[in-house]
Design a protein around this ligand. Structure first.
Ligand SMILES: Cc1cc2nc3c(=O)[nH]c(=O)nc-3n(C[C@H](O)[C@H](O)[C@H](O)COP(=O)(O)OP(=O)(O)OC[C@H]3O[C@@H](n4cnc5c(N)ncnc54)[C@H](O)[C@@H]3O)c2cc1C
Ligand SMILES: *[C@@H]1O[C@H](CO)[C@@H](O)[C@H](O)[C@H]1NC(C)=O
Ligand SMILES: *[C@@H]1O[C@H](CO)[C@@H](O)[C@H](O)[C@H]1NC(C)=O
Ligand SMILES: *[C@@H]1O[C@H](CO)[C@@H](O)[C@H](O)[C@H]1NC(C)=O
Ligand SMILES: *[C@@H]1O[C@H](CO)[C@@H](O)[C@H](O)[C@H]1NC(C)=O
Ligand SMILES: *[C@@H]1O[C@H](CO)[C@@H](O)[C@H](O)[C@H]1NC(C)=O
Length: 501
């Protein structure tokens, strides 16, 4: 009965999604009318009230001079500062200042593309610029960022702050911070410096050590004002998603990433299925104008989101794991059959390979744009809707150890076959390649990042179904395999292990 209604819902949901407009996410920082007495949350509404995260004041600089003045005043007054962004996606509470007189500095108005140098293929942006803006503006100049996260709503400052990445083992690697050539950062200073200093850090420059620290800084070193990134001439890609069983997955992971420039894998351990992304550059004279509009990042009817959430809450409350397995399998089938939102021409999927320009295939963010007053749709996780609410365990394991880690997960599935069905409702385990970096808290060596998304109760004390199996996987990743947690995701326990190292 439940599974039948889930089936109908999913189809309704997919059909309406095609027609619906977006409803841009809400402001994460909310203050009384003169920018004082503020609460801050993230895009999921995971720390919703004063008691969980607040600041005495918020500032909205729109230039580097503004930042200097704000940082100097706050330093002189010995106030705690934290940087917030337009959408504030991070799951850990990095953004909350301690104490009662904390100051939030938002990068929302630092949203300009400063310069694009076509000859040198460099772009200079203010730190609050979103990935969407950056990709669009670079494309207008015939340039592209080769490797990026898959979601367009992130800001440059935020994705540098947490070491965000796409997937590749080629060239300079998939982390955005490994494509930075210069950044300007405002740090607290001494009285002689007027309480604030602007530093210009360059890759291989005089302050190279500071660059290695500041590239992935968790926002604790200062406020990044501007970033210069190295781009490439625009190019085309050819993408094919190939579904296989997972019998030889553990052997494939080490080689697959060397074979295809934009390789990644989506693994559904309970279904023993894996979808390989066979994705490479092609000559730009190959025809095709493909687009990737990921269904999970589209404006989705609020009613469908509410219904999905209610279904899952009921399954959790009644221990209906079979219902989850059916729902998970169905979700996967729909995603595979609709090519994960790929289309050959921007509208229809007619078959693989999907060929198109980099800027149209590298990331998506359908729910970011559209009608502001449309309360009927939202990003799937929008807290105003009571839709999806989830946690993410995202840990990268050295490529040399990934084989054993995968086999350990397969062993857990053979002991409790249904235990990981819940992941499939959130599209399984996304596995992406990340290269070693010189950033101090970046990746030490070539690694495979495991991105695991699952149900989260609104009540932090209520355990989820098969919580023990998920925790076992988390602990193996951190302790047995020495993995590095993604700084913008994860439950706090993942960091305890990482910080000890
Ligand atoms: C739908 C979705 C998809 C995602 N996809 C990916 C993905 O494909 N790959 C991936 O790696 N990650 C991904 N993430 C995680 C994401 O990369 C991180 O959560 C990222 O940090 C969020 O960026 P943000 O702009 O929202 O920054 P926030 O979360 O607001 O900030 C992150 C940190 O950076 C600091 N910071 C921000 N701006 C500045 C600045 N100007 N100066 C100094 N410090 C600053 C903040 O203080 C904070 O500590 C995804 C997240 C979501 C919600
Ligand atoms: C605005 O700030 C002033 C002091 O700067 C304060 O007296 C006043 O109460 C504040 N107003 C509100 C609505 O918080
Ligand atoms: C701050 O805002 C909260 C509501 O968010 C309100 O209850 C409280 O009275 C406010 N405090 C001050 C000092 O304005
Ligand atoms: C910083 O303090 C100075 C001196 O008190 C003041 O003139 C200036 O407006 C302050 N700047 C900001 C951004 O608050
Ligand atoms: C998995 O697929 C391979 C072929 O790719 C096949 O040889 C093997 O028997 C399959 N394993 C299972 C368990 O179905
Ligand atoms: C496409 O470009 C390549 C060089 O990049 C060339 O060798 C090839 O002949 C071209 N093909 C067509 C169909 O024009």
């Amino acid at each position: 009965m439940i599974s039948r209604s889930v089936l109908i819902l999913k189809w309704v949901f997919l059909l309406i999604t095609i027609l619906a407009n977006g409803n841009p996410p809400e402001e994460p920082v909310k203050c009384s009318n003169n920018f004082t007495n503020c609460t801050i949350t993230n895009s999921y509404g995971a720390f919703p009230d004063r008691s969980t995260c607040h600041a005495a004041e918020a500032a909205y600089p729109s230039s580097e001079e503004d930042i200097v003045s704000i940082v100097a005043n706050a330093t002189r007054e010995k106030r705690k500062m934290r940087v917030a962004t337009r959408y504030s996606h991070s799951i850990p509470k990095l953004v909350c200042p301690d104490g009662e007189d904390g100051l939030i500095i938002s990068t929302e108005n630092l949203n300009r593309i400063v310069n694009i140098d076509k000859e040198k293929m460099l772009v200079v942006v203010e730190s609050g610029v979103t990935l969407m803006q950056l990709i669009d503006e670079a494309a207008k100049s015939g340039l592209a960022l080769p490797y990026t996260p898959y979601w367009l709503g992130l800001t440059i400052g935020g994705l540098l702050g947490t070491g965000a990445h796409g997937s590749t083992l080629w060239a300079d690697g998939s982390a955005i911070h490994d494509h930075v050539v210069q950044m300007r950062i405002v740090t607290p200073g001494s009285q002689e410096d007027g309480y604030a200093t602007v530093r210009t850090l360059e890759e291989n420059g005089e302050l190279d050590g500071e660059m290695m620290a500041a590239k992935v800084s968790l926002g604790v070193l200062g406020v990044i004002s501007q970033v210069t990134l190295k781009l490439q001439p625009m190019f085309k890609r050819s993408v094919t998603f190939l579904t296989k069983n997972d019998s030889d997955l553990s052997d494939q992971v080490a080689t697959f990433g060397r074979q295809h420039e934009f390789a990644d894998m989506i693994w559904y351990p309970s279904q023993k299925r894996v979808v390989y992304r066979i994705d490479d550059r092609v000559s730009s004279n190959v025809s095709g104008n493909g687009l990737w509009d990921h269904p999970g990042f589209r404006a989705t009817p609020s009613l469908a989101l509410i219904a999905l959430r209610l279904t899952e809450e009921l399954q959790e409350a009644t221990g209906d794991i079979t219902g989850k397995c059916i729902g998970g399998k169905l979700t996967t089938d729909i995603l595979i059959n609709t090519a994960y939102g790929l289309s050959n021409n921007g509208l229809l999927f007619t078959g693989y390979p999907v060929i198109g320009y980099q800027n149209r295939l590298q990331a998506s963010g359908g729910c970011l744009t559209g009608l502001i007053d449309a309360e009927i749709t939202a990003c799937p996780w929008d807290p105003r809707v009571n839709g999806l609410f989830f946690h993410q365990t995202t840990i990268s394991v050295a490529l040399s150890k990934a084989k054993d880690f995968i086999q350990d997960i397969q062993k857990l599935v053979s002991i409790t076959p249904q235990s990981l069905c819940g992941l499939d409702i959130y599209n399984g385990i996304l596995m992406r390649y990340v290269t070693g970096s010189n950033a101090y808290i970046g990746e030490q060596e070539d690694s495979l990042d495991f991105d695991i998304t699952y149900y989260r109760s609104k009540d932090p004390k209520t355990p989820r179904l098969f919580e023990d199996v998920l925790e076992e996987i988390e602990q193996m990743a951190v302790f047995k395999y020495g993995g590095l947690p993604h700084w913008g995701k994860n439950r706090n326990v993942a960091f305890e292990g990482a910080i000890k190292k």
